[in-house]
Design a protein around this ligand. Structure first.
Ligand SMILES: NC(=O)C1=CN([C@@H]2O[C@H](COP(=O)(O)OP(=O)(O)OC[C@H]3O[C@@H](n4cnc5c(N)ncnc54)[C@H](O)[C@@H]3O)[C@@H](O)[C@H]2O)[C@@H](O)CC1
Ligand SMILES: [K+]
Length: 514
């Protein structure tokens, strides 16, 4: 998600990239109107103008660009109708409005009357189906104002029919969703009708439902649009964090200029066994790239020689899973990448008892799901949906149905910070703090990418001043940034290509500022 609106939106930068659910959005609207006296039609006018400006900024349409506005019956339609009027007064002449619901209410009815008086073409989807579809097919851009935060349950009736008919045209890149693609709400599930958009212009604070991994696939690029809610109204409503550059800077302090290897912390990495040594090597190197001053890789004796010959800045110790060697002397640990599970249960338990701070991934998560125990200390779990399903004893399908709920449940049950990895990753703490990290980079799905992520977060955690939630949020965000850089530089890349980008990024955020 781009920051949208540019640097002039410094207030949003101060506020952070907040996300709210539909109830939160309604509450902000209510507070703005009732407590601060801002009239609803002013907010809607602002929304229409700002969203239209954002659309113009993205697509640069001209007076002869055919635009179609799909209108439902509520305030989301009201926004779209204000946009239609804005387009008309700015000289756009090929404008059509398709009414998906026959009865508009409240402000939508008022703005519908205005565009009617202005002489804009208004078609009924139900009664003038053919002409409606003709206009939609011939449009350069279709503005989707069917439903927004007022959606309840899956789309039904004419709204669902319209969405399905438009989706069949295969023109999602021309669809601009107002606030949210119609059909997306807080309880969205795969398979629900939704109008797939190429661009979503969401009233700030943007809606958390857009970042449900199943919904995210239908949103295209997401930009937040400031419409003039007072900061007090936004602050009064609880929300989630969407990681962006400003959020990262808040969470990742610069290195102290007088810091050195012992002060930057020592990370112990328990990873690597025959056949999966690479996972251990990648995790250990990533811990160093994350900023740990020292890294020791404890790997299976069978692969020790190979590991030691490949590592230069990482110390390597042969280790057969017997008594862990002074785990308390390390500021963080990473347990699991390519570690194997056979015969590891006992030592895993000992590591959990003697280490206070670390990341558990891969085989470590399988071992943890066997224990079903709540952890003590500061732990971060980094499961993908399959591992998450094992941790909760359910199916991956159930995790994908409700990923936010699943992350919350794992976090509560295991008393740990949980990073549920997907094309949008969800970070959750037992006390309910939530951050989302947008990904949407299929090239990140490559062997070793997860090993690097957990090692990198482990390296960040070696800095004991960092809160585990902040370390995981920063680590996951930078990992995604590195993925974007690697894709642009190398195209289809290998996991190890991320290492170089991670180093550069961490330097940019923690060294250049120090
Ligand atoms: N803070 C706010 O809430 C603000 C909201 N604004 C806009 O107003 C929208 C919210 O407006 P509303 O609360 O009026 O609701 P919406 O306009 O989002 O949705 C209500 C309409 O959808 C229909 N509908 C609901 N569930 C349906 C289903 N399952 N199948 C088919 N139709 C369904 C209703 O019958 C009604 O016609 C926001 O998304 C945004 O676009 C902006 O104007 C500015 C301020
Ligand atoms: K919409």
């Amino acid at each position: 998600m781009s920051s949208g609106g540019g640097r002039t939106d410094f207030w949003r930068m101060k506020q952070g990239m907040k996300l709210v659910d539909n109830e939160g959005a309604r509450e902000i609207d209510r507070i703005a109107q009732e407590k601060y006296g801002i009239p609803g039609d002013i907010l809607m006018e602002n929304a229409g103008i700002r969203i239209f400006d954002a659309l113009v900024g993205e697509f640069h349409p001209g007076p002869n660009t055919p635009l179609v506005f799909l209108a439902g019956g509520g305030n989301n339609a009201g926004d779209a109708l204000v946009m239609a009027r804005q387009a008309f007064v700015r000289g756009f002449r090929k404008l059509s409005i398709v009414l998906v619901k026959k009865e508009a209410r409240g402000l939508a009815a008022k703005w519908l009357d205005v565009v009617h008086r202005l002489g804009l073409e208004i078609l009924s989807f139900e009664d003038e189906f053919e002409s409606s579809m003709e206009r939609i097919s011939g449009a350069a851009l279709i503005i989707d104002g069917i439903t927004g935060t007022g959606l309840s349950g899956p789309l039904r009736g004419k709204a669902a029919e319209c969405v399905e008919a438009v989706n069949r045209l295969g023109i999602s890149e021309k669809i601009v969703a107002v606030d949210a693609p119609s059909g997306i709400g807080d309880d969205f599930r795969t398979g629900y009708p939704v109008l797939s958009a190429g661009l979503t212009l969401s009233v700030f604070p943007a809606k958390s439902a857009l970042f449900n991994p199943a919904a995210r696939l239908h949103c295209g690029k997401i930009l937040p649009v400031l419409i003039g809610f007072p900061p007090q109204a936004v602050e009064a409503v609880p929300g989630w964090v969407l990681m962006d550059r400003e959020e990262l800077i808040k969470r990742l302090p610069p290195f102290a200029p007088d810091s050195y290897k012992n002060r930057r912390g020592h990370t112990a990495v328990y990873a690597g066994s025959p056949g999966t040594l690479g996972a251990g090597l990648l995790a250990a190197e990533a811990a160093g790239r994350g900023g740990a001053g020292l890294v020791t890789l404890f790997c299976d004796t069978a692969v020790y020689t190979a590991a030691a010959s490949r590592m230069r800045s990482v110390m390597v110790r042969p280790w057969n899973g017997d008594e862990p060697e002074n785990p308390e002397k390390y500021q963080s640990c990473v347990i699991g990448p390519g570690w194997g599970i056979d015969g590891r249960a006992g030592v895993f338990k000992k590591l959990l008892e003697s280490s206070r701070r670390g990341v558990i991934d891969a085989d470590g998560l399988s071992l943890l799901s066997g224990t079903k125990r709540a952890l003590e200390g500061e732990w971060i779990l980094t499961p993908h949906p399959g591992e998450c399903a094992r941790l909760l004893d359910c199916s991956s399908r159930e995790i994908l149905e409700d990923p936010f709920g699943a992350a919350a449940e794992v976090s509560r049950r295991y008393n740990a910070v949980v990073l549920l990895k997907s094309h949008v990753s969800c970070l959750r703490t037992p006390d309910g703090r939530t951050a989302l990290i947008d990904g949407m980079n299929p090239l990140m799905g490559t062997g070793g990418s997860g090993d690097i992520l957990c090692g990198f977060i482990g390296g960040l955690l070696a800095d004991t001043g960092l809160d585990p939630f902040d370390a995981a949020a920063a680590g996951c965000f930078l990992h995604q940034q590195a993925g974007r850089a690697a894709a642009l530089e190398d195209g289809v890349f290998l996991a190890e290509d991320l290492l170089k980008s991670l180093s550069r990024l961490i330097g940019e955020y923690r060294y250049e500022r120090s």
